[in-house]
Design a binder for this molecule. Structure first.
Ligand SMILES: *Cc1c(COP(=O)(O)O)cnc(C)c1O
Length: 396
């Protein structure tokens, strides 16, 4: 059998297999295993007839090339929608998705626990174009229908919530939206298409900050927007009008990261749960916010809808002075202090959502810390955290 480029109509394999074969076409890469980095703006046609007849597969660099298309094809098969476009960051993917479905005068329902820069897109840029946003409680479920207005055009979800990890009842929300023809969008960065597939439960647009687990190595920013048959035409047209392109090196590195996504995520999940359980037993810890733990309020929804958990979660310390929290974090050697997540390495940051939640109130009962559990040995990570807690105790 000729090994052809795979399209969304090719037979489906298990996801681990799709990650390995998706979007590669060695026959068109001189036999090399990976799609090469193709750089270029101009694409030449052999004759005027070809130029005018658009007979070539590619027309112009901005509109895509083999490297970016290979990644789009691989992602389309993972997402199970109509097609995927790439954007230069996760946030630009969010903005592109919103601009694809919203018109001036429309009303948007945005989850209160969205990634904070996503809130700003609504409050500043969408507002400038006459689009009004209502922030809603992530726990609203099917009662979201009570917030619908005649001009409600789209509902945006992110589950679990950014930093605080509340699970949303995505199927209940998409069912309510479908009755009114309202577009549904979801930032699915935490779960990746391996642990949750938004299109399977009726979400029209699935968004990822590929910066996180898809790339997986903390060496690039990229975003992806997947649309179902209803939404993809709009996404593709808006993507083209905005002239959005992604550097071929970044597309290449993302595809390379995705080849190992399955094994990486299995390890992030296992180690993340091990550290979460260990933290839950610590006397210094009030609560752990991780939907994969049976004690978590979102656990039942997570278990019903998701097939796994990634390595990002939060925990709340019992009240201690800020100096003790800072001492704990400064003491850590293996957990780096930095934004973003999804790479191979562990991270920890202090956070406080109270300044930017408007439909819910953030009163965790103590200082909050978000951790990304990387691929290091868990005993080493636990030893690192133990040293941190000793420092915390000495400053409490
Ligand atoms: C990081 C992140 C983004 C933004 O991705 P960038 O590449 O940093 O722009 C969007 N949504 C979520 C949930 C994220 O964690």
């Amino acid at each position: 059998m000729a090994k052809q480029a795979r399209t969304k109509n090719s037979p489906a394999y298990a996801v681990e297999t799709e990650l390995v074969i998706g979007g590669r076409d060695p026959q068109h890469s001189y036999g090399f295993v990976n799609v090469p980095v193709v750089r270029g703006s101009t694409v030449l046609s052999p004759t005027v007839a070809d130029l005018e007849g658009h007979t070539g597969r590619y027309a112009y660099g901005r509109r895509g090339n083999p490297t970016t298309e290979g990644l789009e094809e691989a992602l389309t098969r993972l997402e199970g929608g109509e097609g995927v476009v790439l954007a230069p960051s996760g946030l630009s993917a969010v903005s592109l998705a919103l601009l694809s479905v919203l018109d001036s005068g429309d009303h948007l329902l945005m989850v209160d626990t969205a990634y904070q820069p996503t809130r700003r897109v609504c409050n500043v840029t969408l507002k400038r174009f006459g689009i009004e946003t209502t922030f809603y409680d992530p726990l609203v479920g099917g009662d979201i229908a009570a917030l619908f207005r005649p001009n409600t055009r789209a509902i945006f979800m992110e589950s679990p919530g950014s930093q605080s990890f509340e699970m949303q009842d995505v199927p209940a929300i998409t069912a309510a939206a479908a009755e009114r023809g309202i577009f549904t969008l979801m930032d699915n960065t935490w779960a990746t298409p391996l642990f949750f597939r938004p299109h399977d439960v009726g979400v029209d647009i699935s968004i990822h900050a590929g910066t996180k687990y898809l790339g997986g190595h903390s060496d690039l920013n990229i975003g992806t927007v997947s649309g179902n048959a209803r939404a993809f035409g709009r996404i593709k047209a808006t993507h083209g009008d905005l002239g959005i392109t992604v550097a071929p090196e970044d597309a290449f590195l993302t595809a390379r990261g995705m080849r190992t996504l399955g094994v990486r995520l299995a390890r992030h999940q296992q180690s993340g749960l091990a550290i979460a359980r260990w933290l839950a037993e610590r006397p210094e810890v009030l609560r752990v916010l991780h939907p994969g733990l049976p004690s978590d309020p979102g656990h039942a929804l997570w278990k019903r809808d998701y097939t796994g958990a990634s390595g990002l979660f939060s925990f709340i310390l019992k009240p201690v002075p800020k100096a003790a929290v800072d001492g704990f974090l400064d003491e850590l050697q293996l957990f780096g202090l930095g934004f973003s997540w999804g790479g191979f390495e562990s991270l920890a940051i202090p956070f406080d959502c109270s300044a930017y939640r408007t439909a819910t109130s953030w009163q965790p009962g103590g200082p909050a810390i978000r951790v990304h559990v990387g691929l290091e040995d868990t005993d080493d990570l636990i030893a690192d955290l133990t040293r941190g807690f000793a420092r915390l105790a000495s400053l409490s």
